[in-house]
Design a protein around this ligand. Structure first.
Ligand code: ADP
Length: 390
């Protein structure tokens, strides 16, 4: 049987796709449709023959998927489609084969993730129409965190909000944390079930997770991806009192406050320059004070969260860095670990400068707890979980 899985990640105005071998992790074809719903919607394909960008005439996601179908390599027909779904609520604790009942369940979770789940559902609906014969699987960003203990997932607010509506912490980036924690166990020659690590996924969104006995036992994101560490445009943790202050003293609407905390805060809000870490590193090297402030707050809060997440562990076998920033930024890794000496974490400047490339990911100094740089591969995780279900 062919092992090729088409992996789809549908967002509100974008669609990422990749054709991935669910056994070997080989990726033969991938791409991105952007600006969906707008006049300049376009789709870019990456394959062994190079890159190609085409306009999407009606801007629709379904058109993007059908354009992609025509480009799929003929000798690598997918046997199934794996969809990334952001919120699985309390119902979906692992990947599932999609049927009408599952779709209804994902729709119920939309109230918890109104920015994400409806777009995921739209992608699934389009793929089901275009590939009616292929099994389709939903892989949830929350699933790896579904075993969080009660003391880690409850907010200290009236319990009926949990009982009636499921207001609790769920956590996200689960597929990435799961993948890098398994890779770390391999690198450390330990069984995954006996490995205790903290992983920091630092991309545009950022989160930190403590992994013990093969499960996430605590994580920095909450009911929504807004909680936790500083991100590109999201604030991470703030005093909820600020929200009342903005409403009462600045007469801001709920929508405006949501926009401020989700899209105008984080690295962008602090620096007034950019949400992109590369830009901020360059600017701070050239004396931009806002960029320096954004980097300082980002790293301090990240170190603080890493430290806090150790409370559920008996020991720390490794700290993992992943995501665009975690995999590439020596400055951020160094600045974060410089503030974690109490946890016996010390990075080696030379190994760190190479992103751990020559050391199987290790960037720690002799005598330190291992610090690992591990490139994440969410597409492969989705493909392998999809393959396992069909
Ligand atoms: P997403 O969460 O959208 O998948 P990525 O994981 O690609 O995002 O991460 C994007 C972030 O990674 C951006 O802030 C980008 O500036 C940062 N990044 C990528 N390469 C580097 C680098 N060499 N140095 C510093 N930051 C980097």
């Amino acid at each position: 049987m062919s092992r090729w899985i088409l992996v789809l990640n549908a967002g509100s105005s974008s669609l990422k796709f990749a054709l991935v071998n669910g056994t070997t992790a080989e990726e033969s074809f991938s791409g991105l449709a952007e600006c969906l719903g707008a006049g300049d919607a376009r789709v870019t394909f990456h394959s062994e023959h190079g890159n190609q960008t085409l306009p999407i005439s009606d801007g629709a996601m379904e058109t993007a998927i059908s354009m992609m179908m025509e480009k799929l390599p003929l000798d690598r027909h997918p046997v199934a489609i794996g969809h990334r779904v952001v919120h699985g609520g309390e119902r979906f604790r692992q990947a599932v084969l999609i049927d009408d009942d599952v779709l209804a369940g994902i729709d119920v979770c939309s109230s918890l993730a109104p920015l994400h789940n409806p777009a995921n559902l739209q992608g699934i609906a389009a793929a089901r129409r275009l590939f009616p014969d292929l099994p389709q699987v939903a892989v949830f960003d929350t699933a790896f965190h579904s075993g969080l203990p009660e003391k880690a997932y409850h907010y200290a607010i009236p319990i009926e909000l949990y009982d009636k509506f499921g207001v609790r912490r769920y956590g996200f980036h689960g597929t990435s944390h799961h993948y890098v924690a398994m890779q770390a166990a391999d690198i450390l020659h330990r069984s995954f079930n006996e490995t205790q690590v903290i992983s920091a996924h630092l991309g545009n969104g950022c989160s930190v997770t403590a992994v013990k006995s093969g499960q996430s036992i605590d994580t920095s994101m909450g009911m929504t991806p807004l909680e936790g560490v500083v991100m590109g445009t999201r604030s991470g943790d703030v005093d909820p009192g600020i929200i009342f202050w903005l409403a009462e003293q600045q007469a801001m609407s709920v929508e405006e406050i949501g926009d401020l905390l989700n899209k105008k805060s984080g690295l962008l809000g602090l620096s007034t320059l950019s949400n992109d870490m590369r830009t901020l590193e360059e600017a701070s090297a050239n004396g931009h004070q806002g960029a320096q402030l954004a980097i300082d707050v980002f790293c301090y809060r990240l170190a603080k969260t890493i430290s806090a997440l150790t409370v559920g562990l008996d020991r720390l076998d490794a700290l993992i860095f992943t995501g665009g920033i975690g995999e590439n930024s020596r400055l951020i890794r160094q600045t974060v670990t410089d503030q974690l000496a109490l946890l016996n974490l010390f990075s080696d400047p030379d190994k760190n400068a190479n992103n751990g490339d020559n050391t199987k990911g290790h960037i720690e100094r002799d005598g330190s707890v291992p610090i690992l740089v591990i490139p994440t591969d969410e597409e492969y995780m989705i493909a392998s979980q999809t393959l396992a279900l069909i």
